[in-house]
Design a binder for this molecule. Structure first.
Ligand SMILES: Nc1nc2c(ncn2[C@@H]2O[C@H](COP(=O)(O)OP(=O)(O)OP(=O)(O)O)[C@@H](O)[C@H]2O)c(=O)[nH]1
Ligand SMILES: [Mg+2]
Length: 455
């Protein structure tokens, strides 16, 4: 029998409501012991809410609402009671204390979600998505986490794994009864299935970069000559006056970092000192830092004053960033156009060139679209296909893909089928680690321990 657990599921601190969650076979008995209201909660119907008081040692602790949810249609698939008490540390803690005194045990971190997984309501990748939804700081990562929670990744993994399991079973027949003419799977069939599965695993892996971006944000350095409007751009994107803007060339000396949610696209913007030769000791250090930021960034946003002509300084920066992942902005277009996009294009090659105005906000939507394109965020926005955001999933997929590749190579070099079936077995195990079918207890424990208590 599973123990009955209880925990405060809302964050600590003052708030309107705090929720104490109880789950397990004795959840209703524990609730009965602490709750007094119009009805006995153990007699209440499932998914009903009841008004009453929590009492402990004869003292009334709080006025509450208790929600009764009977197994199996609950988060954990066990009986669950949620007590909504007044927010605030003392009341919530006292209610929890009363539940523990009535026989519940304190829940470990992530234990409610762990039970949902162990009781088969969700698989491991869905359980991990729960924490991703909680941690999501921008709309796009929330969207992806919710889609994973609803099983988008599980479905794709199960589909690949299912095909391999089916294939392995058919191959086992050949291996077990080599002399009998049972073979309904040819080497060509095996090769076809392995190739198709490898392609699906590779597609998922190809999303891992945009996945990482979703989680951590794109580190984008804003670079350019002094006075072209880099800090103005930062301020426009951050929607407040983060950096000092003046018409003096060389205003920004140090690098300035700011997290920005560009209509769902997560950016970590780094405003830098304008790059030029200078004898000023402080500015010199600033320019050095700019160059370092540019070299370390995921993306460089090169800003050029589009209202004047290109000069040597612009050309140097265009040249030095030529091999980097970059977007070129022709700023100050509200002042008219001095640099034709074509002139820059000749210098810039294939990267996006966008006319903007940090002053009026013109062109910012195009900038957003270009970043979204570059990092293939459109697939996430439109919700087509799963995206890998989790390092554990990525490494399991790499294992699976390389086992499949080794199986394909074995077939090509005419190795016996039992060698190939070892590779297939490895791929099946690796994929099962993602959904939790073949994962070790230690890994499961580790995953749920990174959750907070009450989740
Ligand atoms: N008209 C117009 N003026 C702009 C625009 N963007 C920036 N400016 C002006 O250009 C001047 C320089 O802007 P900053 O944002 O400080 O330029 P910066 O590139 O950060 O300059 P440094 O920090 O010195 O390298 C300021 O006077 C801004 O008001 C724009 O889109 N249109
Ligand atoms: Mg500046």
């Amino acid at each position: 029998m599973n123990t009955t657990i209880a925990a405060i599921s809302t964050p600590p601190g003052r708030g309107g409501i705090a929720i104490i969650r109880i789950s397990g076979e004795n959840a209703l008995a524990v609730a009965d012991a602490v709750f007094s209201g119009g009805v006995k909660l153990s007699r209440a119907g499932s998914h009903t809410v009841h008004y009453g008081f929590i009492k402990h040692n004869g003292e009334t602790i709080d006025e509450v609402l208790a929600t009764v949810m009977r197994a199996p249609k609950t988060f954990t698939r066990e009986d669950v009671v949620e007590i909504s008490a007044h927010g605030g540390t003392a009341a919530a803690r006292k209610v929890l204390e009363a539940c523990l005194a009535a026989g519940a045990e304190p829940a470990e971190p992530g234990e409610f979600t762990k039970r949902a997984f162990l009781n088969g309501r969700i698989d491991l990748s869905q359980a991990e998505a729960v924490i991703d939804v909680i941690n999501a700081e921008n709309n796009l990562s929330r969207k992806n986490a919710v889609s994973q929670l609803q099983g988008s990744l599980s479905r794709e993994i199960r589909e690949i794994r299912g095909e391999l399991v089916h294939l392995a079973a058919a191959m086992q027949v050949i291996i077990d009864y080599p002399d009998e003419d049972l073979a309904d799977v040819t080497e060509e069939d095996i090769l076809d299935t392995l190739t198709a599965c490898k392609a699906k695993a590779d597609r998922l892996l190809s999303t891992a970069d945009s996945g990482a971006v979703l989680r951590d944000g794109i580190r984008a350095a804003i670079a350019g000559k002094p006075n072209v409007g880099k800090s103005s751009l930062l301020n426009a994107l951050a929607r407040y006056d983060r950096a000092i803007v003046t018409d003096v060339a060389g205003t920004t000396r140090d690098t300035i970092e700011e997290r920005v949610d560009l209509d769902g696209v997560p950016l970590v913007l780094i405003d830098t000192a304008g790059i030029r030769d200078t004898s000023d000791a402080v500015e010199k250090i600033g320019v050095e830092r700019s160059r370092r930021s540019v070299a370390e960034a995921d993306l460089v946003i090169v800003v050029i004053d589009g209202s004047t002509g290109l000069d040597g300084g612009d050309r140097d920066i265009l040249e030095s960033t030529a091999d980097l992942n970059r977007i070129i902005l022709l700023n100050k277009t509200d002042l008219g156009s001095g640099v034709s996009a074509r002139e820059v294009k000749e210098k810039a090659g294939m990267c996006p060139i966008i006319e903007v105005s940090a002053l009026t906000g013109a062109g910012i939507d195009e900038l957003r679209a270009a970043v979204s394109d570059m990092y293939k965020l459109g697939a996430i926005e439109s919700g087509t296909g799963a995206v890998i955001t989790n390092a554990r999933h990525k490494s399991a997929l790499i294992k699976a893909a390389s086992a499949l590749e080794s199986g394909i190579n074995a077939l090509h070099s005419a190795m016996p089928t039992d060698i190939v079936s070892i590779d297939i077995g490895e791929a099946i195990t690796a994929l099962g680690e993602i959904t939790g079918e073949t994962v070790s207890d230690a890994v499961v424990k580790d995953i749920f321990h990174s959750f907070c208590v009450g989740k």
